[in-house]
Every structure is written in structure tokens, then in C-alpha cells.
Design a protein. Structure first.
Length: 337
């Protein structure tokens, strides 16, 4: 089902944790936050944030859902009651890039909804990134890097962030422009070295990271550079799986999303969207649903929201019967050396 975006590209999408609602940031220079009923396609609310260029949105679950709206200049807003037309309420707002030298680039964000934690960083090619972890219950900064969070070998800023959503939200990850990633534990001082540094794809900026537990204290980091790779922290940070097939050609995979409870990974290429069942490495391919700029899973129903730059926002329904066994489910095992 295609939702009406008023012929404007979609820059970010999210699915409501408690209701069959899809949210998107849509528009050109004047971007709006729009909310649709994902079953009927009816738009139920649309509003402006009042701050230029909203770039990312995150949803927090609780007694009521809350919306975090990030803007390229560094401002993050906390909204409630956004599900009802004209009744949205701005709860609070704060500047996540307080220093002048941090501004001028993109604002990177990641959220652990259950733990009420937000990770932010400015991304400028001419400056190292300062990483901040925010406690959303107190609206206070709980951890800030001292400059050593970014490995000295990385001459460019952080390019993407991730947070552990399955645990206590203490583990945070940074993807860097030199193709490496660094993991930090926010319970130790920021001056301490990262718990893991790994060169995933030399010279290729990492565009997206997701983090999931892999048993014991181990984690798997799924990264998107020119291809999608899985890196296991228990293997010394060595990649062990790589997306295979025609969608794994350079710059082909344009977006990915992870369903943490069902261990489903969605990867979007120019022609199709693939769903990978990570527990069995089976795969479903949805032809004609490519070209995604952003994707998000619903936790309530087997639905995917797909935001596209061609002025469409799609809602797709999938089923367990869609998955078929393939050789490694479209993944190639990287041999250890």
C-alpha cells in the first residue's frame, strides 16, 4: 500500500510501538512530520516541528508512546500526543551539539527505546566527533567522549551510531569514515579505550550499524558500507558473514533495518527488498519494492514501512511462509585466517 506523501520525498520512517501507525518526515525544504493509519492509508496528523530540517525520528515505548525528533542543527525535541490531529504537544527540547565547532554537519542519532537512552554526535569531515549518551528520563547527558572515543587512526568524523537495545543500553557503537567501528561501554570512564576496535571495510565509510546480542557477553554488529557485513565481538572483531548476490554490489544496499525480537534483517537495494531470517539464514525477496531511502519494522504486526526518494511511502505486509531456504540465505561466510 502506498501512502499519500503529498508528492514529497520521505527522509525517515518509524512504526508506532502500540498502534498500527506509520510516521514519516516528508517534504523538501519545508519538512513535515506525518502520521498515517498503516492499515487504511489515511493520514491522521501532520505538523511542523518549528525547527529547520528535521532529519530523524525515534519512538519510545511506555504507558504512552513518545516521539523524539532530531534536527540537522543539533536540536532534539520530545513530543507527546502526536497520534491525534492538531493535538501534538512539545514536551521538551535541547541542544545536543552545544559547542560551535560541532555544528555544520549532520546530526547522528541512535536510541534504545526501552532503556530511554539516546546517543548523539555531530558529523563533520573536518572535525572529530564528540559522542554523547543522554538519559531521557532525566533529560541529562550521562556519558560524553573525551576525544578518544574516535580511534586516532580515523581522520574523519563518525558516520553512524548504534546502541544495544536488548541489554541495559550500556554498549554503544560508532561507525567511522575509514571503514572501522568502535564499541564502548558507558559504565567505564570515557577516557578508557574502546572495548573493541575493528576495521570492517578499509577506506569505505560505514553508513549504518545495528547491534544485537549473540550469547553470553558477545554481540554481533551488522554494518552497511558498500556491502552488508556481520562482525562478531567474540571473534576479535572479524567480519564472518557478508551479503551475497547482485544486491551486494558496491553502493547497492541503500538501507537496512533490524527486528530485534524476531531477528529479521531487512536490506533494500535499487530493485528489491530482502528479508533475512537471521536464526535460519532463510530469505524472502520482494521484487518491485526497491529504491528505499529508509525502512522500519512494526513490532505489532508483520509490516514494513519503506520511505522512498521518489515521493512514495510504502507499507508492506510479510508472512513466515514468504521465507525460502537458500544457500546461506543470500549470505557468504567469510573464512577465518
Amino acid at each position: 500500500m502506498a501512502l499519500n506523501t503529498s508528492r514529497a520525498p520521505t527522509h525517515a520512517v518509524a512504526m508506532h510501538p502500540r498502534s498500527p501507525l506509520a510516521l514519516g518526515i516528508c517534504g523538501g525544504a519545508d519538512r513535515l512530520v506525518c502520521v498515517w493509519d498503516a492499515r487504511s492509508g489515511v493520514r491522521v496528523n501532520c505538523f511542523a516541528s518549528g525547527v529547520a530540517q528535521p532529519s530523524a525520528l525515534e519512538l519510545l515505548d511506555g504507558t504512552r508512546a513518545h516521539l523524539l525528533l532530531a534536527h540537522s542543527g543539533g536540536v532534539v525535541q520530545h513530543w507527546s500526543n502526536f497520534e491525534h490531529a492538531g493535538r501534538q504537544r512539545l514536551v521538551s527540547a535541547w541542544d545536543t551539539l552545544p559547542e560551535p565547532h560541532e555544528r555544520g554537519g549532520a546530526l547522528l542519532t541512535a536510541v534504545a527505546p526501552a532503556q530511554r537512552r539516546l546517543l548523539t554526535a555531530g558529523s563533520r569531515p573536518d572535525a572529530a566527533s564528540t559522542i554523547r549518551l543522554w538519559d531521557l528520563e532525566r533529560a541529562a547527558c550521562a556519558w560524553v567522549s573525551d576525544g578518544r572515543a574516535v580511534p586516532p587512526a580515523a581522520t574523519a568524523a563518525a558516520t553512524c551510531l548504534c546502541l544495544d537495545q536488548a541489554g541495559a543500553g550500556h554498549l554503544l557503537g560508532l561507525g567511522l569514515a575509514d571503514g572501522s567501528l568502535a564499541l564502548h561501554d558507558s559504565r567505564v570512564p570515557s577516557a578508557a579505550p574502546p572495548s573493541l576496535r575493528a576495521l570492517v571495510e578499509p577506506g569505505v565509510p560505514l553508513a549504518q550499524l545495528v547491534l544485537l546480542p549473540s550469547g553470553g557477553d558477545g554481540h554481533v554488529v551488522v554494518s552497511r558500507g558498500s556491502v552488508v557485513r556481520c562482525t562478531d565481538t567474540r571473534r576479535g572483531g572479524r567480519p564472518f558473514l557478508q551479503l551475497a548476490g547482485e544486491e551486494a554490489e558496491a553502493a547497492e544496499v541503500r538501507a537496512l533495518a533490524l527486528h530485534h525480537e524476531k531477528l529479521l534483517l531487512a536490506t533494500a537495494g535499487p530493485r528489491a527488498l530482502h528479508l533475512h531470517q537471521l536464526s535460519s539464514w532463510s530469505r524472502a525477496s520482494l521484487e518491485g519494492s526497491g529504491g528505499a531511502a529508509c525502512i522500519a519494522f512494526s513490532r505489532l504486526e508483520p509490516l514494513l514501512a519503506i520511505g522512498r526518494a521518489d515521493e512514495q511511502l510504502l507499507i508492506l505486509r510479510y508472512a513466515p511462509s514468504d521465507f525460502r531456504a537458500e544457500t546461506a540465505g543470500g549470505w557468504t561466510v567469510i573464512p577465518s585466517h
